[in-house]
Design a protein around this ligand. Structure first.
Ligand code: 0X9
Ligand code: ZN
Length: 381
């Protein structure tokens, strides 16, 4: 039995930081100054109580999933198969601008698809600058498939209009809306709150966290939010790039000249820039300024649409993790990189189990923000 709990400090000596540092194997959902929301087993909740923390049960995991989701909701979101069908249809209806590419295969052998949006062909493509959009490293974050999919669809239909037309003269945009298809399928059929991929681990547990498996400072942290215990929700894996889903992204970045990366997650309404592995800011002042300026402008653009605040800040301010996507794409490849945590703000509004009526407004508020970042990379001469 797992439960969603709200953990509070009952005495001044108990910090929220200690909850994150303790090797409790908690699946942390939200971090606030005065409380943490996490998915916990009953023994984990008891240990927290024994450590002196306040532990309030917000909902049983099953009740939570039934409260916010149902079969109709599941049908409104893509599955791995319906995503493939829709990406294929986009490429077939717009062959002059869109091409469907398999960038790799998952642990269970599912194709990982990317839509290449570009007008340059053959040798013309030499030296093309690429902007990369990723979605759904984490299985349960269904909205993080939909926003990149809708962005891909928008780019394809707007390819003949400015500003997209000019960007595509020199550049292209690759969109891979579902990096973790096995995990996503598992959330549809077995466990709606599953996070990792479906790697069988040698100790009998399942899953590596794909957003801890990239090779920049990989494995340098051993905390609740970046764990070396295979059973844990944030298991970093046995070594960097041990997972085929993560190698697919690595190989794409190595092949194409990726000059900017936007990776979608949910939830908490955040815009996160590197570093994630350390509280230090990135040392290069120009890069730091560029990423914070883009993040702040995206925050403004998002707020202008439906009044939602997505807070721009350094990743490690949320919580420290080593081996995430953006640290690697920036740290190893010099590509300005941002992680977006989509709607909602908290678990009270459904958290990962967001009603499908929220897909459209989430896309609307993210459209100009995403285009702004892409324009900063592909729009410069
Ligand atoms: O923990 C993650 O991988 C991301 N949050 S999520 O709730 N979608 O799992 C955040 C990654 C950002 N990086 C750091 N916080 N270091
Ligand atoms: Zn995520």
């Amino acid at each position: 039995m797992t439960i969603i709990v709200r953990i509070t400090a009952t005495a001044p000596r108990l910090s929220m930081q200690r909850v994150l540092d303790a090797t409790l194997g908690l699946d942390v959902w939200e971090v606030h100054d005065d409380h943490v929301v996490a998915l916990a087993t009953e023994p984990q909740a008891e240990r927290l109580l024994a450590m002196g923390y306040g532990v309030e049960e917000l909902a049983g995991a099953e009740a939570f999933v039934t409260q916010f989701g149902d079969e109709a909701a599941a049908a409104a979101y893509h599955s791995a198969q319906s995503l493939e069908d829709d990406l294929r249809r986009l490429s077939e209806e717009h062959p002059e601008v869109a091409e469907l590419r398999e960038i790799g295969r998952s642990v269970e052998g599912r194709p990982i698809w990317a839509l290449r949006v570009g007008i340059r062909r053959g040798e013309q493509r030499d030296g093309t600058t690429t902007f990369l959009v990723l979605g759904c490293h984490h299985a349960r974050e269904w909205l993080a498939v939909e926003v990149p999919y809708l962005l891909a669809s928008h780019l394809v239909t707007a390819a003949g209009e400015e500003p997209v037309a000019s960007w595509l003269e020199q550049g292209e945009v690759w969109v891979a809306p579902m990096v973790n298809p096995d995990g996503h399928e598992y959330t549809r059929t077995h466990d709606r709150l599953w996070r990792k991929n479906r790697r069988p681990n040698p100790d009998g547990t399942v899953g590596v966290d794909p957003n801890r498996n990239y090779g920049y400072m990989w494995g340098t942290l051993d905390v609740a939010t970046s764990s070396h215990v295979p059973a844990d929700a944030t298991y970093v894996g046995p070594r960097a790039f041990s997972e085929p889903e993560v190698r697919a992204v690595r190989d794409l970045v190595a092949r194409e000249q990726v000059a900017g990366v936007l990776t979608y997650h949910s939830y908490s309404q955040l815009i996160l820039y590197p570093w994630g592995y350390t509280p230090d800011p990135v040392p290069d002042g120009t890069d730091r300024q560029q990423m914070t300026a883009i993040g702040q402008e995206m925050q403004r653009l998002i707020h202008d649409v439906h009044g939602r605040t997505y807070t721009a800040k350094q990743s490690s301010d949320l919580y420290p993790t080593a081996g995430d996507t953006a640290d690697w794409t920036y740290g190893e490849n010099d590509a300005p990189s941002l992680t977006i945590e989509l709607r909602p703000a908290g678990q009270a509004d459904g958290g990962f189990v967001l009603p499908p009526s929220q897909i459209q407004p989430a896309w609307e508020e993210n459209r100009e923000a995403a285009l702004h970042f892409i324009g900063q990379i592909l729009g410069k001469p």
